[in-house]
Design a protein around this ligand. Sequence first.
Ligand code: PLP
Length: 405
Amino acid sequence: MGFVRVNNRTIPKEDKVFAVSGRAKAAIAEKGKEAVIDATIGSLLDDNGDLVVMSSVMEAIGTLKPADYAAYAPIAGVPEFKEAVKKALFDKYTPQGHVAVCATPGGTGGLTHAMTNYIDVGDEVLTHDWCWANYKGIADEHGRSVKTFRFFDEDGNFDSADLKLKLDELASKKDQVLLVINTPAHNPTGYSLTDQDWDNVINIVNAASCKVVLFVDIAYIDFAGEPDEVRSFLPKLEGLGDHVLVLFGYSASKTLTAYGMRCGATVCLAKTAEEAEEFTKAVGYTSRSTWSNCNRSAQVVMGKIYSDDALQKKVDEERRTYRDMLLERGKIFEQTLRENGVKSVPFTAGFFITIPSDDPAAVCAQLEKQDIFCLALAKGIRVSIASISKEKCVKCAKAIADLLK
Ligand code: PLP
């Protein structure tokens, strides 16, 4: 593939995902949609392979006025948006502590906020070994790097022992550690931390000998299951000690299936007003000096949806239909793998399933010969079940199982 070196960064000449999805698109152009399985796309597609666009969200967009598009937004976001994010994130739960919100261009911006403000240049951010590849890119772009703990032990359970080991290693060298956990419906495995996993995380973080900033990347929360169930970890965070600051990375890209509107937020849940105020100043400074303010129209839409019970209900119900479609694809994919004697990396819900492999690149190359396009990761094959129908899930799972057996 090859790399270029620019200002101490090692930049791949070609983005891996774009390369394989380009080959899938070429195959579709040649052979037609039906003949090709493109399981590379990180957006939700319906069973015809068309992008899911929620009509209730589009209706809300239709009510915007020209100035909602044209005017600048405040750096932290318009007030209605900030309220909307709190409602979208916390839902029925009333957070204990001081909440502050800052708009970001999608969930990606939240990671930039966290990495630039809560660890120094040259430091490592701690996250799970299975992770969204862009964590490494964002860290690298800002002179930071990624250190990983093993996400799953040999029995396929959340590896809290390795989390403790790696956190303590960093804590022995640093005054402050940034820990990023992507749950529920983690990318790329689809794993959601259980309540027991969360108890373990909280105990480990509480025992750390330095300050810990715990960033929970909840990009996929609204496609992970029942709203109350996927938020059951929130009250547990009240058990965190005073040396822990909680941040959330919220993405409207997924929640509203509006990826191109580039809307998200970093949310801080602090123990003290001073800490929340420091967050607001610090991340606001980062925003101002990187992307500046964010897309105002997207914020106004979020504000409209979450301040109107009837409209929110409509959006929630429409999303539920698509969420259930996605959950069903996941079940069928897993079941087909199981029936064919193959296990995925622990999966709960979400856009992706990953199947462990000793040689993912070779398996993906073989799959491409059958017009099945998946992403080869370092230790597995990532399948976007968000982008393929139930029927294609069965076909894809069978093809992978056949190659692995
Ligand atoms: N976090 C994870 C784990 C993701 O997979 C993504 C997008 O794919 C994001 C955050 C950010 O998404 P966006 O910036 O499009 O909102």
